[in-house]
Design a binder for this molecule. Structure first.
Ligand SMILES: Cc1cc2nc3c(=O)[nH]c(=O)nc-3n(C[C@H](O)[C@H](O)[C@H](O)COP(=O)(O)OP(=O)(O)OC[C@H]3O[C@@H](n4cnc5c(N)ncnc54)[C@H](O)[C@@H]3O)c2cc1C
Length: 455
């Protein structure tokens, strides 16, 4: 097995060697980090078993890390860290069933071209593909589309190596209770080794974005949801402005409205500079939100391409985020309450956008969409030139509103909830806890983040 003492190819996450104590880990946004005592990059199940045996012997904790993209400390540990980057193969493509079996460490960015070759696609994706199959299902990654569940709903089978080195094959027909838990596993049930994903025939998407207002989009929510398979919208806080985004199947040839000047010179370099300036003059944020809407979002834009190139986009800014799922029918009330809160508290500033997405309910025990169709409301505070902008008041007010409307936080993103909250939020919380305690009685796969969830 490999003990890492040099920077890995995942340079964004693993940045510095610390003698014999292993490497330093930082998440993508550089908002959380840790110094694992030992760092492993196994290439086989046997090597992982050895790490787990050592951890049992020395009473150490273990954390598996995928792409390191979670904007919280969910993947952090001061014990043993297992990075799955070398267990990243496509193991099987079943063209008839349109299913693909992959090792859990595969980056979706590496999976897409392989699926392209077989004329297959994933039916839905999050905003980035530098994330692993195991990580995506670890935290319940989602996109949008009322007919579509969160990404873990695409999983039809998986294999899990438990704390005592036992390999469990899980699907609806085998270890069904573990399967129902492990599709959003939080990294606390064991090491996910392989995942079988249900795919669909490859498809192209046409993305159309156009301006609107908050009133219009909230008054006509059902109509927008019916009109576009992957409908979402961006609200620009401190204003009425909204950018609506439709994504739908198309036969049109690939086309792009991308422009270096507008996307980078204005949408990144100028914006970052102005956001940094606003850290000294916070009243500027409201003006920035309006000005950039006017500059970048008032024209209708169209792009078309193979689906994974439309679903994902380049996230240029390091940022803090919160993203809670509330019952879909509460969207209007909750968003208006957020708007009213900002109007009543002019000192609370909110960067654009608030991104609003929709997902179908499911039966995964700790899915934020468990048994209900949901609306995800993602708020954001950028870190211009790496500088943290005060966000506590905004964060607390947002969390209070989300809780009031029955919200459940995204597992990947930092939140202030504890076990007491989760017991209220998740009807199946006791069932998940019982499965976790059965599979990992000593808490080998826990860390500080998970202690708040389970203790
Ligand atoms: C720029 C950016 C854009 C994003 N966009 C979206 C979005 O559109 N929608 C959305 O829902 N989320 C989004 N996210 C969040 C992201 O999808 C999740 O954080 C996802 O979990 C990241 O995958 P990862 O491979 O980096 O996982 P990591 O952050 O490395 O790990 C996540 C969890 O999974 C566990 N884990 C990983 N692999 C395994 C394994 N093989 N076995 C056991 N446990 C494992 C880890 O211990 C940890 O608990 C975004 C994040 C960023 C930074």
């Amino acid at each position: 097995m490999t003990r890492m003492l040099a920077c890995s190819d995942l340079a964004c996450c693993l940045i510095q060697v610390h003698g014999h104590k292993g490497v330093q880990f930082q998440n993508w946004a550089k908002t959380y980090g840790c110094c694992p005592e030992m760092y492993y990059q196994p290439t086989s199940v046997e090597e992982i078993r050895e790490v787990l045996a050592l951890a049992r012997q020395q009473n150490k904790r273990v954390k598996v890390v995928g792409g390191g993209h979670s904007p919280s400390d969910i993947a952090c540990t001061d014990g043993f860290m297992i990075h799955m980057g070398k267990m990243n193969r496509v193991l099987k493509v079943d063209k008839e069933k349109k299913q693909v079996t992959v090792e859990a460490g595969i980056l979706l960015a590496d999976l897409h071209p392989q699926l392209d070759k077989h004329g297959l696609s994933l039916s839905n994706l999050g905003a980035v593909s530098d994330v692993t199959a195991g990580g995506v299902i670890g935290t319940g990654t989602h996109n949008t589309g009322v007919k579509h569940g969160i990404l873990p709903t695409q999983v039809v089978a998986l294999t899990l190596l438990t704390a005592d080195g036992v390999l469990l094959e899980c699907s609806k027909s085998s270890n069904a209770d573990v399967f129902q838990a492990a599709r959003v596993h939080l990294g606390c049930l064991g090491v996910i080794l392989t995942i079988t994903l249900q795919c669909v025939p490859q498809f192209h998407l046409l993305e159309t974005s156009f301006p609107s207002t908050l009133k219009e989009v909230l008054d006509n929510l059902d109509s927008h949801l019916k009109k576009s398979e992957y409908f979402r919208f961006l609200w620009f806080p401190h204003s009425e402005n909204v950018s609506i985004i439709y994504q739908d199947h198309t036969n049109k040839p690939p086309s792009s409205s991308a422009s270096w000047f507008w996307d980078y010179a204005i949408g990144f370099y100028l914006l970052e500079f102005l956001l940094w300036t606003s850290t000294f003059l916070p009243f500027l944020v409201s003006w920035i939100n309006r000005f950039f809407f006017w500059l970048l979002f008032t024209r209708k834009r169209e792009n078309s391409h193979v689906s994974h190139k439309i679903f994902t986009y380049e996230c240029r800014f390091k940022q803090h985020v919160q993203d809670w799922a509330i019952p879909r029918e509460k969207t209007k009330e909750a968003l208006l309450e957020l708007k009213n809160m900002l109007e009543a508290n002019p000192k609370v500033v909110a960067h654009y956008p608030v991104e609003v997405r929709f997902t179908r309910g499911d039966d995964i025990l700790l899915s934020p969409c468990f048994q209900r169709d949901s609306c995800y409301m993602n708020i954001i505070m950028y870190r211009p030139y790496g500088k943290d902008v005060p966000r506590l008041d905004y964060w607390l007010a947002y969390e209070t509103i989300m809780k009031k409307f029955g919200g459940r936080p995204h597992w990947a993103k930092a939140h202030n909830c504890t076990r007491k909250d989760f017991e209220k939020m998740y009807p199946a919380f006791p069932k998940f806890c019982a499965i976790r305690e059965r599979l990992d009685p000593t808490g080998m796969f826990l860390n500080t983040y998970l202690e708040k969830v389970f203790y």
